[in-house]
Design a protein. Structure first.
Lengths: 467, 112
């Protein structure tokens, strides 16, 4: 009975309160309320986008550490495992600081069509308000930190070419310079304001590169090839066997790469909307299809599908789908993956031994070749149904993106982008290698190479099971 | 006293240990070893490069026994470790000059 009385009193009070309140405060005018609603909606969109972008940045960093560190670490001999992982980690440290001091400005600051200027050095002007040219809904610092993770992993990929024989000091010096001379201009040309190849900001040769097929994979892969050729082969290569000391570590690394790649590709949508979904979906199917095609090719050729082959295939697919992720339809992603798996398999199995170079961890075979193939296939399979990147300047209607929609010219533009990546990588890498070789010296001594880099470069042992 | 060194297939270790314990031999040392006799190795593939692995995993068992037990011990090892295939392993017998128990300085066959 008492509860019934209390409840009735509460309901009565509630019903009276609007009358009371209406008499004490004025109702807001509709215009004010609409503008408040609009900013609330924008805030909500911004929050969603920022949440995804910060997550993506973390995922991409995870790709380097420990993804790539483990993937590469497992592929080398036990005596070099720490040194190999340390090379990736060194990039996480060095490139981060350099990005804030200089490279962000060179890549994304305003400048020429080839390189940005010094406007944003020391992150000047990089605050929490968005830059509408790059990403209108997220703070510019989010964009900056996201791009930093790409700048970290790209030189880390190059280390695969000179594994087990390069001095730590020389590697650090070389890749620091490389990030300034090769990575920053390439990033600027494809993604920076006024960039020569920038498809969304009116570049002269609009190259469709959603998440860095040319910027990250072609540059790192081709530079890796140059390093392998310049440094020469490891002692005893190819006669002395150098099997991976732990395919288990490489397996874990590869799976971390697959998951992290969702941040790499889907985060390149720079937002949390449907385009991120497309990129996410395409990334996954590309990886899976390529793992299948490499494994099948190996099964047919060698009689057994290896774990190393499976994970190598998935990485090849991820590389190839990188430029295409936000431009193609899911079934195209599967086709791209199938092609990349088989082609990279042949690059690594056949082409490498034809030419006889020692690209220790197949940075060129997977990233250089996979990135080139992916960039070209992007020009073929890009569809404005997924991403209407080209618009008619007068009507705003979406124009055909790739060859499957009749725009064969796009393949030409892709080739321009790829060619520029190759040239800047070859020229930049060879010059920098020469400079570092003459000043510091690139290779460890033969005795150090035999003893192993963990002990000679870092005074450590990776495993000490006896203790 | 004699030392018996037996190099056997790793999969036969449990059977050999049980057979030795059954005839009263309780002290033994087991080492993980690699090697080959006439047994060929196998090939592995890593990213298209073929590697011949000819050092195969083996187990080396060392026991020191009183003279009366030598024949019985060798027979126990032979019958429990044999599969009839190449790779079964080998037994080596050598003489031992002295055995000493560290705990209490006991010497000779009673220290075994």
């Amino acid at each position: 009975m008492r509860r019934y009385i209390v409840t009735s009193l509460m309901v009565l009070t509630l019903c009276c309160s609007p009358i009371v309140l209406a008499q004490t405060s004025a109702v807001q005018p509709p215009a004010d309320r609409i503008s408040k609603l609009e900013s609330a909606v924008a805030q909500a969109q911004s929050s969603a986008d920022n949440a995804w972008m910060l997550t993506s940045a973390a995922l991409v960093l995870m790709m380097t550490g420990p993804g790539l560190a483990l993937f590469y670490g497992g592929l080398v001999r036990k005596k070099n495992v720490l040194a190999t992982m340390m090379q990736s980690f060194a990039m996480m440290a060095i490139i981060s600081v350099l990005w804030a001091l200089l490279n962000y400005s060179l890549a994304f600051g305003p400048g020429t069509s080839i390189i940005g200027g010094l406007h944003n050095v020391f992150l000047r002007g990089v605050g929490l308000t968005p830059d509408p040219d790059y990403a209108a809904t997220i703070p510019l610092q989010t964009f900056m930190i996201y791009q930093l993770m790409f700048a970290i992993i790209t030189p880390a990929l190059v280390t695969g070419a000179f594994a087990e024989r390069m001095k730590f000091s020389a590697m650090a010096a070389f890749l620091t310079l490389w990030s300034i001379v090769v990575y920053s201009p390439m990033a600027h040309m494809v993604w920076g304001k006024g960039g020569l190849l920038n498809a969304s900001l009116g570049g002269r040769f609009p190259c469709l590169d959603f998440a860095g097929g040319t910027v990250v994979h072609v540059t790192s892969g081709v530079s890796a090839l140059m390093c392998a050729l310049y440094l020469g082969k490891r002692l005893g290569y190819p006669k002395e066997p150098t099997p991976p000391h732990s395919v288990v570590l490489s397996f874990i690394g590869a799976c971390l790469l697959w998951v992290g790649w969702f941040g790499f590709n889907a985060g390149s949508a720079l937002g949390s909307g449907p385009l991120a979904t497309s990129a996410f979906v395409n990334t996954h199917f590309g990886a899976a299809a390529a793992a299948l095609s490499w494994a099948l090719a190996e099964w047919i050729r060698n009689g057994k599908p290896s774990a190393l082959g499976g994970i190598s295939g998935c990485v090849a697919g991820l590389v190839a789908i990188t430029p295409a992720a936000g431009f193609v339809q899911p079934l195209s992603a599967i086709v791209i993956g199938l092609i990349a798996g088989v082609c990279c398999f042949f690059m690594v199995i056949k082409v490498k031994s034809w030419f006889g170079y020692d690209d220790s961890l197949d940075a060129f075979g997977v990233h250089g070749a996979g990135g080139t193939i992916g960039a070209i296939l992007t020009g073929i399979f890009a569809s404005n149904l997924i991403n209407p990147i080209f618009k008619d300047p007068k009507t705003g209607a979406a124009l055909p993106s790739g060859a499957i929609q009749g725009n064969w010219g796009q393949v030409g533009n892709q080739l321009v982008g790829v060619a520029i990546a190759w040239v800047i990588s070859i020229v930049g890498t060879l010059i920098l290698l020469k400079i570092v070789d003459v000043t510091i010296g690139l290779r460890v001594s033969p005795e150090d190479e035999v003893e192993g880099l963990d002990l000679t470069q870092h005074g450590e042992e990776g495993y000490d099971f006896a203790s | 006293m004699h030392k018996i060194e037996a190099i056997i297939q790793p999969s036969k270790l449990d059977a050999v240990k049980d057979a030795l314990v059954e005839i009263g031999i309780e002290g033994m040392t087991i080492l993980e070893a690699r090697g080959h006799g006439r047994q060929k190795g196998h090939t592995e593939f890593y990213r298209g490069r073929e590697y011949t692995v000819d050092l195969l995993p083996k187990v080396k068992l060392e026991i020191v026994v009183a003279d009366e037990l030598v024949e019985k011990a060798e027979q126990a090892i032979l019958s429990s470790a044999r599969t009839g295939k190449i790779g079964d392993g080998k037994i080596f017998r050598s003489r031992i000059d002295e055995a000493i128990r560290i705990r209490n300085d006991e010497r000779g066959p009673s220290a075994l």
